[in-house]
Design a protein. Structure first.
Length: 135
């Protein structure tokens, strides 16, 4: 993006303030949660983005795009198991409505699966090495 994180934080500060204030009045105002999730994602505050997305999903469990966004957050932090599960949930709810996002979800599912397999293989190799050192 064209702005550094510090500049983005300043630009977003008013939107964050207004969204938080709206949530003080109505903690179930899902649009405010979603706006905060987008802002936190852009600011690379993935833990905060995830919290906001989970709030939205709790209120709106059948809105497919929420799972797509949660998958993106999970993907960014390297939680590939969760990302894969969320992308699959998105696909199951989307039913071809957003084909571009479906293609991207499928592409990232494939990447997640590769990364998960690599982690499993690395763990196996480490266990083998540990066994050899014990003997």
């Amino acid at each position: 993006s064209e702005y550094d994180l510090e500049t983005k934080e300043k630009l977003y500060s008013q939107a964050v303030f207004v969204s938080r204030r709206a949530l003080q009045r109505d903690k179930n105002y899902s649009r405010a949660h979603l706006l905060l999730a987008h802002i936190y994602f852009d600011l690379e505050k993935y833990d905060l983005a995830e919290i906001q997305l989970r709030e939205c999903i709790e209120m709106n469990p059948n809105i497919e795009i929420l799972y797509y966004y949660l998958a993106e957050v999970s993907y960014e932090v390297g939680n590939y198991n969760q990302a894969e599960a969320c992308f699959y949930k998105f696909l199951s709810l989307n039913n071809g409505k957003d084909q571009d996002k479906e293609k991207e979800a499928q592409r990232k599912i494939n990447i997640c699966q590769e990364k998960i397999l690599k982690k499993i293989e690395a763990k196996r190799q480490a266990e083998k090495l540990a066994e050899q050192q014990v003997i």
